[in-house]
Design a protein around this ligand. Structure first.
Ligand SMILES: [Zn+2]
Length: 436
């Protein structure tokens, strides 16, 4: 009896070892082991260097491979000794940071878990190289473009940026079998015709103007299907895809055309969850895809799962909508009119206050806001008087029952508002307007 139990126990340990990691396993692994501690948007060059020092202390190969326009060191991490060559690069746009942290976590995990059978198989089958934070100067300023104010992702043909030149060189000298082009999209990108945020969007890039498929492109579609299956366990309904409009200036298209079929992963947002949740999703997506390449499950994946993803959409979703506000443009007239008011926030690092601006005024009943407030019992007044699109989202709210002299010299002083909304936040009267 005892020996049967022992054999059973050994058998299950063996099984556990050869079975693929489920997406939930990968999520747990990340929760326990991730080494990126800062929110991705807070990571500057010096923070990246600290992360890389940590990777080096785990004996990972990290080397300087080039310099940015402002002469900052650009690094490449390498892991594995297998025949299949994978090239990944992140933050080609400086204000798109999620994947940089996810790459750090992935390499730290792989290197420190080489005793696990499934990691060993990855190590023997793959060589992974990654350039985290390709656009260091842009990342320092938290802007899309590099310090020449060129969009590196429109520089694949002209190669006028040192960062773009470097990326092409790294590809050409190594001829990887697959490329991962890692970006962030707007948090207001939506899935198809829904008002749901696209938390992750994918594109298997064909790399030609006709959108013709080759074996690498088909493999990448199957890999996208693997990632969709994995991510569906966390963000079902929040995955979209980009249409494959060929752009001969963009790196995803050109690297595919040069012989390295590229998968584009764009990370958006998930309302109510922070940046680290998105890092975890990236970690799960990367490792699910890499595992599927190595264990061959990619070959059985159904590319129709990828084809069935709705395309991304924009314009259906706003950061905040105030519904049925009674608007008073007190410098123009004191007669109120009723309208919905939508504001959006600009992209900023987590610790900064993102400026907001009025995006739409009118009947917004077909749109959604990540936050919505019922303003029908309130006057809404733009701080400077005239509510107009493009104005900053600085609003005073007055109960409709109050008697206000709209011609008052200093409105705010003489008639203190019941609620004040500035820069996407309530400064006063937070709970006064009903949240929808
Ligand atoms: Zn981008």
């Amino acid at each position: 009896m005892k020996s049967v139990l022992i054999i059973f126990a050994i058998g299950s340990i063996f099984l556990m070892n050869i079975q693929a990691q489920t997406p939930k396993d990968l999520a747990q692994i990340w929760e326990k082991q991730h080494v990126s501690k800062l929110q991705p948007s807070q990571v500057r060059h010096k923070d990246l260097q600290k992360y890389l020092e940590q990777l080096k202390s785990f004996d990972l190969k990290v080397e300087e491979v080039g310099r940015s326009y402002a002469n900052r060191e650009i690094y490449q991490i390498e892991w594995g000794r297998g025949a299949t060559k994978v090239l990944m690069w992140s933050q080609m746009h400086g204000d798109e940071p999620t994947a940089t942290s996810a790459l750090i976590d992935m390499f730290a995990f792989l290197q420190r878990n080489r005793d696990k059978d499934w990691v060993k198989r990855l190590e023997n089958a793959l060589t992974i190289r990654a350039v985290p934070m390709l656009n260091l100067d842009g990342a320092e300023l938290y802007q899309r473009r590099n310090l020449q104010f060129i969009d590196i992702n429109r520089d694949a043909r002209a190669l006028e940026t040192p960062e773009g030149k470097l990326l092409k060189k790294l590809r050409d000298e190594w001829s990887p079998d697959i490329g991962f082009n890692l970006h962030n999209q707007s948090s207001l990108t939506t899935v198809g015709n829904t008002n749901k945020q696209a938390t992750i969007s994918l594109l298997a890039v064909s790399g030609n103007a006709e959108g013709k498929s080759n074996e690498g492109h088909l493999r990448n579609k199957r890999l996208c299907a693997v990632m969709i299956d994995a991510l569906n366990q966390f963000i079902k309904g929040h995955i979209g895809r980009y249409d494959d409009t060929y752009n001969p200036r963009a790196f995803g298209d050109m690297i595919s055309a040069w012989g390295t079929p590229v998968i584009l992963i764009e990370t958006g947002a998930f309302h109510g969850k922070g940046e680290m949740f998105l890092v975890k999703l990236n970690f799960i997506a990367f490792l699910s895809a890499l595992e599927a390449i190595v264990d061959g499950s990619e070959k059985k994946a159904n590319p129709k799962i990828y084809d069935a993803l709705p395309f991304n959409n924009t314009g259906n979703l706003f950061n905040v909508i105030f519904r049925k506000a009674n608007i008073i443009n007190f410098n123009e007239t004191t007669e109120p009119f009723t309208a919905d008011v939508a504001i959006n926030a600009e992209r900023r690092r987590a610790e900064e206050n993102a400026p907001t601006f009025v995006q739409e005024i009118g009947d917004l009943s077909v749109f959604s806001g990540l936050s919505e407030y019922d303003a029908q019992d309130f006057y809404l007044v733009q701080k400077k008087g005239l509510l107009r699109t493009g104005a900053s989202g600085e609003f005073f709210f007055y109960r409709k029952t109050r008697k206000i002299d709209w011609k008052a010299k200093d409105l705010e002083k003489e008639f203190p508002p019941d609620a004040i909304f500035l820069n996407g936040r309530w400064m006063k009267g937070e709970k006064l307007l009903k949240k929808k």
